[in-house]
Design a protein around this ligand. Structure first.
Ligand code: BG6
Length: 479
């Protein structure tokens, strides 16, 4: 999406010297700029570090050289003229120094540790930056939005002291991924899917986001969050709602988001005394990821040896509505697993066994990583004299090698600047997903995760979530 190039605006990145900015936001801005997609938008970096303008630019340049494959010195020379650095903390007094530097339209991006979101939103509001007589003001808030149901509500209250809901853009970068957006296109642009997209035909849905990475120096955040908060509450819940929602009538942000909330509202509450049948947590110990020997979670820098943080979380959800009643949705995500591998896989119910003497089912797989592909696992005749079946895979990569590959942050930055909120979360989506997880979070306050070897399929106990006849799919790079 391209923003009207005549519209002058400013993006203020609060937390401009942090990890998110250097690894993801600035490379995204750089690529958009290099591709001439960056709108007429000035960039202000704001952070506590007492950098001069020259030091900040040098810091950005060094990071771009490290994190951006397509770094180009000439592009940087041109881009850097649009960047300014302002040093300050999150108090209103300090933030008000931004006042004279921004035009009517401004987007404030909170690239901060989650515990600072409330301070920053209030500070900006008290400094008078959340409103203006003409033009727009927007606030982008990163994930996780809160640590549980109550803290998410409390954060919302703080933000809403100064910001209206339609100014708040709660980001979940999985919604900016090409594969996520293709899920909606493929579901609703193809007539053959809708008739089978329900519990009459779908036996189970498995959503897996497996990583080979460990905590990567983010221990301060991660050891408090764990896999359930870091991945399931946001990214996997988004994949789940987009898989399960009813067809919206338009792409209008509120229509789409209303349909997503409807799914979440229909999710059966996990009974407090049956959490173990619906949720499972694991923690990695030392092992081999590919050919690399890696440490266990307890031996990672900064992690206390007593930590019971989940580095793997799995969940079984039921959607009690007409479309999905009786079909389990299994969600799982973990670090240090056998492969980097993400997919949404739907298994259709068996065909009657009469003709072939055995039950046959199909899988429909939306693969997000390592490639962007839709696979239909089907049955065909085994060539030969007998009427035997064999499994075939109709594999459809939908991105061509030479097509542009925009990152999720490129996509979402442009959408926020453009004012399109369809791929940002409404508060009730966040609230409902915390509601669903509350019994699990409560139960996991005590006890400990099951250990699994780094490089494995995850905790062996994950099988206990499956109902009879269902098994987790293998986490492996497809051949
Ligand atoms: C982030 C999580 O939101 O998503 C990380 O905090 C995780 O722990 C990352 O590694 C995964 O995103 P992607 O785009 O690399 O698949």
């Amino acid at each position: 999406m391209t923003v009207d190039s005549q519209e002058v605006s400013t993006i203020v990145i609060i937390g401009a010297t942090g990890d998110l900015t250097r690894r993801l936001l600035f490379p995204a801005i750089f690529r958009l700029y290099a591709l001439k997609q960056w709108p007429n938008t000035r960039i202000i970096g704001y952070a506590v570090e007492d950098f001069t303008q020259a030091q900040f630019l040098q810091h950005l340049e060094q990071n771009l050289q490290q994190f951006e494959h397509d770094y180009d010195g000439a592009v940087w020379e041109s881009l850097k003229g649009q960047i300014e650095y302002v040093s300050g903390d999150l108090t209103a007094a300090s933030l008000s120094r931004l006042q004279s530097k921004i035009s009517a339209n401004a987007l404030f991006y909170l690239a901060l540790p989650p515990q600072l979101f409330g301070d920053a939103a209030e500070g900006l509001g008290e400094a008078g930056l959340s409103s203006t007589g003409n033009g727009w003001r927007r606030l982008v808030v990163e994930k996780p939005f809160g640590w549980d149901f109550d803290s998410a509500k409390a954060l919302r209250e703080r933000i809403h002291k100064f910001w209206q809901e339609n100014q708040v853009y709660r980001i979940d970068h999985f919604l900016g991924k090409e594969t996520t957006q293709n899920l909606l296109v493929f579901r609703f642009a193809n007539r053959f899917l809708e008739p089978v997209w329900n519990s009459d035909h779908v036996r189970q849905v498995q959503i897996t986001v497996a990583e080979t990475l460990g905590v990567e120096g983010r221990w301060q955040y991660y050891d408090r969050a764990g896999a359930l908060r870091d991945m399931i509450q946001n990214h996997l819940m988004q994949l789940f709602t987009l898989t399960a929602l009813d067809p919206p009538s338009t792409w209008d942000a509120d229509v789409l988001r209303e349909h997503k909330v409807e799914v979440l509202r229909a999710v059966r509450t996990i009974p407090d005394d049956q959490v173990d049948a619906f949720a499972l947590r694991g923690q990695y110990q030392a092992g081999l990821v590919g050919t690399q020997q890696v440490k266990g979670y307890h031996d990672e820098t900064g992690i206390p040896t007593s930590s019971t943080t989940d580095t793997f979380a799995a969940l079984k959800l039921y959607v009690d509505n007409w479309r999905w009643h009786g079909t389990p949705f299994y969600l799982r995500s973990g670090k240090r697993l056998a492969a980097r591998f993400s997919e949404i896989a739907l298994e259709l119910r068996d065909v009657p066994p009469g003709l072939f003497g055995k039950p046959l089912s199909n899988w429909l797989i939306f693969r997000m990583w390592p490639d962007q592909c839709i696979d239909v696992v089907a049955w065909a005749k085994e060539p030969g004299l007998a009427l035997e079946t064999r499994q075939i895979i109709l594999a459809t990569p939908y991105q061509k090698i030479d097509e542009p590959d925009y990152s999720a942050y490129e996509q979402l930055l442009l959408e926020a600047l453009h004012g399109d909120r369809a791929y940002f979360l409404r508060f009730d989506e966040v609230e409902e997903s915390w509601r669903i997880l509350t019994p699990v979070l409560d139960a996991w306050r005590s006890g400990a995760p099951e250990l699994y070897d780094a490089g494995s399929q995850g905790p062996k106990g994950q099988e206990r979530l499956m109902i009879a006849g269902h098994h987790w799919r293998t986490i492996a790079v497809p051949q």
